[in-house]
Design a protein around this ligand. Structure first.
Ligand code: 48H
Length: 264
């Protein structure tokens, strides 16, 4: 069969159009396709929720690919191994309580399971703002990352979501935007971002989970963004806290969706 470039072009445009029109009205929108965001996407999609992930970079997987200092292995503590096992990432016992996984296998498998579960990832898309109503956050404002990189003055597009998860890592970008627009209103001790603290692996892993919660009506934080928001330390290249945080935020958002009647 002869291949026609016009058909190839139309196939891509039609399919992308179908994909983006399918996510204009979400149960949950996840910002950031690192380990926390991908696990949250997988869990919410598996639980039957309409969810999508938006990732600024072309590549998904966030900070996992390079392991520690580009040695592409990650460490996961025993308590979190079940998350990797559930998603099909192989782990190896290093010594009691400590397991390792191949960083490339972990990043690619989490991404694959997230998308296949029904949570599409929109890569090269940056979240630059939120959609706000008196009851809280009800959506996201999106633009191509390339527009931002080129410094072009191009207006964004927006989607609606009953809940938003900030899984943007160290920068906690969605929380920062909300703080800028309505200062002093975050559900943190000071009402502002508490800021990430220096490395303390054990405390950081505990706090990542504790800090995974709602920070503003309709906005939840997960992964490193949770510690940046609530003032926890960093932990280095151990990823159990990120995986467990992704699972926990999915459970919190699931309950939020089941119990609150946010109008669309
Ligand atoms: C769209 C955005 C935007 C935006 C950022 O950094 P991540 O891997 O985040 P987590 O929390 O899942 O995992 C953190 C982990 O990778 C890590 O950094 C650790 C354990 N550090 C310990 C230490 O001591 O340093 O992924 C976040 C993703 C990235 O891919 C960003 O590109 C993306 O979010 N992102 N996407 N719109 N505005 N901002």
């Amino acid at each position: 069969m002869a291949l026609d470039e016009r058909v190839i072009t139309k196939a891509i445009v039609d399919r992308y159009y179908e994909k983006i029109c399918g996510i204009l009205d979400l149960d949950a929108a996840i910002v950031g396709a690192g380990p926390a965001g991908l696990v949250a996407g997988y869990c919410l999609a598996t639980a039957g929720k309409k969810v999508a992930v938006f990732e600024r970079k072309l590549s998904v997987g966030g900070g996992m690919w390079g392991g520690g200092m580009l040695f592409n292995e990650i460490v996961v503590q025993e308590e979190a191994c079940h998350v990797l096992e559930e998603l099909g990432v192989r782990t190896r016992l290093y010594r009691e309580g400590y397991y390792t996984a191949d960083a490339v296998e972990a990043a690619s498998t989490l991404a694959s399971r997230c998308v296949k579960a029904g949570a599409p990832v929109f890569n090269a898309v940056s979240v630059e703002d939120v959609v706000m109503r008196p009851e809280g956050i009800v959506g996201l404002v999106l633009n191509w990352t390339a527009v931002d990189m080129a410094g072009l003055h191009v207006d964004p597009l927006a989607i609606r979501a009953r809940a938003v998860i900030d899984a943007t890592g160290h920068d906690a970008e969605v929380v920062k935007v909300v703080h800028k627009k309505v200062p002093g209103t975050l559900k943190t001790p000071s009402g502002t971002l508490e800021g990430e603290k220096s490395m303390w692996s054990e405390e950081a892993e505990r706090l990542t989970l504790e800090n995974t919660r709602e920070v503003f009506p309709g906005l939840f934080v997960a992964g490193m963004a949770a510690n940046a928001t609530f003032g926890g330390p960093r932990m280095g290249p151990i990823f159990g806290g990120m995986l467990l945080s992704g699972k926990k935020v999915a459970e919190l958002v699931f309950t939020f969706l089941e119990t609150s009647a946010v109008p669309r």
